[in-house]
Write a protein that binds this ligand. Structure first.
Ligand SMILES: Nc1ncnc2c1ncn2[C@@H]1O[C@H](COP(=O)(O)OP(=O)(O)OP(=O)(O)O)[C@@H](O)[C@H]1O
Ligand SMILES: [Mg+2]
Length: 522
């Protein structure tokens, strides 16, 4: 049999599968990256604008936070998905710098595309980008300084800038630093997770304050439960405050009224025992995760003990950590040692608001490992954005308390770009072109800051390049888009290093792809 054209083709993939190779692959990936960075560019920096996100379920969010924007987008392009997971990892590890990471990764890919078109092999780019990362990292290490108190509060202001809290920036940075210092003092580590947020729903941002304790919302079930208990010892119970219910249906045959009475008496005796064990422990208040029996509630109220139920497990844990209590499983187990202590426990009912829940505040704790920031302000969307900013700021400040810091405002990126250029001089091969491209990609940061501030990106980048070559003090971009000796804009070193590493790794990962096999056919 001759080998003719009529030999049947071997079909490995379904018919509608589309296989793209060569430059088409890179263009596809790079286009997705460009769409993403174009989307985030206007939100970047102190003069960044916000995005309004409107979801299919009708909820809206107004935000400037890179992580929030990325999380809300229904991304389906595989390359865009790689960028989404990069953004998520930056958010998870550092809490801040998501937009920076996306912009650098986008620029690395756009620069790569230009070189690929000139016929440079993707692996040469990978090699050049890896060398550049080393050089940039070394410059960041050399420029990092140990922070003093002023720099730590500058870190917290920098991370919060552009997130709707401009009117109370230094008010919040004082609160954040104090919150983390309190947690550090009693927990040994300035953990941002140990700082809770509570939306007051009234007043202005300047009414926000730090509570050395825990604030939450729950309905206080009786109006005459005690309030404003000073120097109170508090018990925390994980369970119901009632007598145990029978798990099986039981039919009781009562032949005379004495039987009924003794049955009721036995029940109320057991309730009394529960109350007595709480009273004996010396607690002035009890918080529990389950229901509270009405009789027990009345009894405790008569004895001047405040009881609040239906807390969820994280609330019980946070309350216990702030007052230093041990959570018990049953009231019968309560020992005086299990109780925590606070300066004041109070509840506030706001008649004017239609909320059915009261604000319960446990404050003045002596050694809280959990503290709460109460955030003033009435608008829901605005407060949510401030909370996102506070989260970024708490994470960044916590890192700054544990490591060194780097100047922001594009200064460190301009200096890293210069370091990459300097080390590219030593390269004789084509990697040098990739390193020059990497340096240009780093300059996207000052260029975007200049553009959003209303300055000319090209002129400013050239100015920064000249000053970075002189190796003098860090020059960055002012909020107005001018070249500026950076003052009061600092980032933790790991936010910068992590962002650069993730952006480079993601770009390299995409450059290594040589074929896209799409079973969707696109
Ligand atoms: N006062 C300032 N003047 C100049 N630049 C500033 C100032 N404050 C912050 N910046 C710069 O703005 C950039 C941060 O902008 P932004 O917070 O929008 O993005 P991000 O931190 O990368 O991402 P995200 O906060 O969305 O996770 C940093 O480069 C920072 O140095
Ligand atoms: Mg930020």
């Amino acid at each position: 049999m001759s080998e003719g054209t009529d030999r049947p083709r071997v079909a490995i993939l379904p018919e509608h599968t589309k296989v793209s190779s060569g430059t088409e692959v890179q263009e596809k990936l790079i286009l997705a990256a460009r769409v993403f960075s174009d989307l985030l560019k206007p939100t970047f920096g102190p003069r960044g604008l916000d995005k309004m996100l409107y979801k299919t379920d009708g909820t809206t969010a107004v935000t400037n936070d890179g992580a929030k924007i990325v999380a809300e987008l229904l991304v389906r392009h595989p390359a865009a998905k790689m960028m989404v997971s990069m953004a998520e990892s930056q958010e998870e590890q550092c809490g801040d710098g998501v937009t920076t990471t996306m912009l650098i990764c986008g620029s690395l890919l756009i620069e790569a595309n230009n070189l690929l078109r000139k016929g440079i092999h993707p692996l040469t780019l990978v090699e050049g980008y890896s060398l550049s990362l080393e050089a940039a990292r070394a410059q960041a290490d050399a420029d990092s300084v140990e922070p003093d108190a002023q720099k730590i509060s500058a870190v917290s202001e920098t991370a919060l800038r552009g997130k709707g809290a401009e009117s109370a920036l230094n008010h919040f940075s004082t609160i954040i630093v104090e919150a983390l210092e309190t947690v550090l003092q009693h927990n040994g580590e300035p953990r941002a997770e140990n700082v809770c947020m509570f939306k007051l729903g009234t007043g202005s941002l300047r009414d926000s304050k730090l509570v050395k304790g825990f604030t939450f919302r729950r309905r206080v079930q009786l109006d005459d439960l005690p309030n404003n208990l000073k120097d109170a010892r508090i018990a925390c119970l994980d369970g119901d405050l009632k007598i145990r219910e029978l798990t099986r249906d039981v039919e009781l045959k009562i032949s005379n009224s004495d039987h009924l009475d003794s049955f009721i008496d036995a029940e109320s005796e057991r309730k009394d025992e529960i109350c007595q064990s709480i009273i004996d422990s010396g607690a002035l208040a009890i918080l529990c995760s389950g229901e509270i029996d009405r009789d027990i509630l009345h009894h405790l109220s008569d004895k001047g003990i405040l009881a609040i139920g239906d807390l969820d497990s994280s609330e019980i844990r946070n309350a216990a950590d702030s007052i230093g209590a041990r959570i018990v499983e049953s009231t019968m187990d309560i020992e005086p040692d299990d109780l925590g202590r606070c300066g004041l426990i109070s509840w506030e009912r706001r008649q004017e608001s239609d909320s059915v829940e009261d604000i319960i505040r446990i404050e003045g704790c002596l050694s809280p490992t959990v503290v709460t920031i109460e955030i003033g302000g009435a608008g829901e969307a605005g407060t949510e954005e401030v909370i996102r900013g506070l989260h970024d700021s708490l994470r960044a400040t916590s890192l700054a308390m544990q490591e060194s810091v780097l100047p922001g405002a594009g200064a460190i990126h301009a200096r890293m770009a210069q370091a990459v250029r300097d080390s590219s001089d030593a390269q004789g091969g084509r990697e040098r072109l990739a390193m020059e491209a990497y340096a240009r990609a780093l300059e996207t940061i000052p260029a975007t800051l200049a553009e959003n501030g209303g300055g000319d990106p090209l002129d400013r980048v050239l100015e920064l390049r000249a000053s970075a070559r002189d190796g003098s003090e860090p020059i960055g971009i002012s909020p107005e888009g001018k070249a500026w000796a950076v003052d009061g804009v600092w980032h933790p070193a790991s936010v910068i290093a992590n962002s650069l590493e993730s952006a480079t790794e993601t770009a390299i990962g995409m450059l290594r792809i040589d074929q896209v096999i799409s079973s969707r056919g696109d």
